[in-house]
Design a protein around this ligand. Structure first.
Ligand code: BES
Ligand code: MN
Ligand code: ZN
Length: 518
């Protein structure tokens, strides 16, 4: 009976996982780029720079101009980012609605703000039944800054539009909206958008993997989903199963899921776009975190723990984005995959395990499982992949949330260039990072009976100090993204649920670190 139950469950899960959605499947929009503005449609959107006084397109009648002037005057519209005015049934125009969207200063509006404009537009349009939408950025003028802004607004619309509805019997229709982007240099806008679209597709994969319930996105299923998304893009994917994990000595990674039928895996995704030793991104892929025998006992703290694979999902998404952009870089993603569950075989508090590097670890708390799997992931990147530099990313500690909330991710590193380039990438993308110290905390993970213990105080530093050991002499940074990977309700560019946090940060960081401008 138990067998049968297991078989049925496996089949159901296999069916659900069978077709990882192609990225277009996540989107409810279709985009076209032109320098000839259509004169009919459901909605016409004008992107308006700050301080623009003549809010009109060529050919508009005097009556239209007057109506727009009265409406913007009444609304106090100045063209600041976030300013939006909507007119229903604009006179002499063959559109149901005209929307004026402020964009700020053409040369000065940062990318996150432009994306927010797109997200707000999307939110507004999704509340209507508009299908045919025309967006004109002609008032922004031509040139690189206008092109960049327009593409970033489009990117903001994409980011907001992802839907996690694979479990709905009646998912929303796709595509539901067609956008025609009107500008003076449509090819430039399209080229710029194309790169951001590849980035958005990486974000969607990360959101999808993170949103999967624990028992659907279990280690092997996560790895297979990643493979199906990445291989068509030219990424070399290797998946190590539990036997190989054990044979290579990665007892720390293995131990976290030893109590479950869903055993440890290690995903390796190599984008060989450049030469030299690779940059390694290592992400925590814990399909679900019950805490283990140190069980998470209050309902609220355990409920969202399917998002404990967000770091690993961000790594998969970043590799996908870099491959989609054909980035001229040599990058390898490493995702140790586990599920932290209880059974007669599970780890006990106080157990000692041996990691891939041969060092021993006392399990002071089974709920500090993230560092146990990352230890072997980091070591594997250094020892088996010859990583030139390692950045790990993980939903690692509640202490990080206490220190920084979700406004910033924590960065721990002793490498100045790593810190500086990660902060730059964070500011650029809006996925900001704030440095926390390693210096002075050496020894806080000393164990009485083993080489290290997986607990210590203060909590976020203990995680970082523990991990530092496994990077050895390789330049290394640790990103603690606890709390950053999930929003309970829609927020700007994020629909509710997983944010895909880290994909944009890591992707832009690679360019920043490699000095590969674009
Ligand atoms: N996955 C959690 C960290 C977490 C907390 C992520 C809140 C997202 C939101 C991690 O595995 C964990 O349980 N950390 C413990 C470690 C402690 C037992 C040493 C923590 O921070 O409480
Ligand atoms: Mn935990
Ligand atoms: Zn965890």
């Amino acid at each position: 009976m138990k067998r049968l139950h297991h078989l049925v469950l496996t089949l159901v899960v296999a069916a659900l996982m069978a077709a990882p959605a192609s990225a277009t499947q996540y989107l409810s929009t279709e985009f076209e780029f032109t320098d000839v503005i259509p004169d009919t449609g459901d909605a016409l959107v004008l992107l308006v720079p700050e301080g623009q006084t003549d809010l009109a397109l060529d050919g508009w009648s005097q009556a239209t101009r007057e109506q727009v002037a009265r409406a913007t005057g009444a609304a106090g519209f100045t063209g600041q980012p976030g300013d939006q005015v909507e007119l229903l049934a604009p006179v002499d125009l063959d559109f149901d609605r005209l929307i004026l969207a402020g964009i700020g200063e053409v040369a000065g509006t940062p990318r996150p703000q432009a994306e927010e404009v797109g997200a707000a537009l999307s939110q507004r349009l999704n509340a209507t039944d508009a299908h045919a939408i025309v967006v004109s950025s002609i008032l922004l003028g031509e040139g690189a800054a206008a092109t960049r802004l327009t593409a970033e607004v489009a990117h903001g619309i994409d980011l907001r539009n992802y839907r996690f509805d694979r479990f709905k019997s009646d998912p929303s229709p796709r595509p539901a909206q067609t956008f025609v982007w009107h500008s003076g240099d449509p090819q430039d806008v399209e080229g710029r958008y194309h790169l951001l679209r590849a980035l958005a597709e990486g974000v969607f994969t990360a959101r999808e993997l993170t949103n999967l319930p624990g028992r659907v996105g279990y280690p092997e299923a996560f790895a297979n989903h990643a493979r199906e998304v990445l291989e068509p893009l030219g990424v070399e994917v290797t998946i190590l199963g539990p036997e190989e994990v054990q044979a290579l000595g990665m007892g720390s990674l293995y131990s976290v899921s030893q109590g479950s039928d869903m055993k440890a895996h290690l995903l390796i995704a190599h984008w060989p776009g450049g030469t030299g030793d690779p940059i390694a991104l290592v992400g925590k892929g814990n399909s679900f975190d019950t805490g283990g025998y140190n069980l998470k006992t209050d309902g609220a703290s355990i409920l969202r723990m399917h998002t404990d694979k967000a770091g690993g999902a961000a790594v998969v998404g970043a590799i996908q984005a870099l491959a989609g952009q054909e980035a001229p870089v040599n990058v390898v993603g490493v995702v140790p995959l586990s599920i932290n569950m209880i059974s007669g075989d599970a780890s006990l508090p106080g157990d000692v395990v041996t990691a891939g590097d041969g060092s021993t670890i006392e399990i002071g708390n089974t709920d500090a499982e993230g560092r146990l799997i990352l230890a072997d992931g980091i070591w594997y990147a250094r020892e088996h992949l010859n990583a030139r530099v390692i950045v790990d990313i993980a939903t690692l500690t509640g202490a990080k949330v206490g220190a920084l909330g979700t406004e910033y991710s924590a960065i721990f590193t002793r490498d100045e260039r790593l810190e500086q380039t990660l902060r730059t990438a964070g500011d650029l993308t809006g996925e900001r990072v704030w440095p926390m110290p390693l210096d002075g905390y050496e020894g806080i993970t000393r164990s009485r009976i083993a080489d290290q213990i997986n607990t210590g105080s203060p909590g976020a530093q203990a995680g970082a100090i523990f991990l530092e050991h496994f990077a050895g002499d390789t330049p290394w940074a640790h990103l603690d993204i606890a709390g950053d990977a999930f929003v309970a309700g829609p927020q700007g560019i994020h629909p509710e649920g997983s944010t895909g946090h880290g994909v944009r940060l890591l992707t832009e960081w690679i360019y920043e670190f490699e000095g590969a401008g674009r």
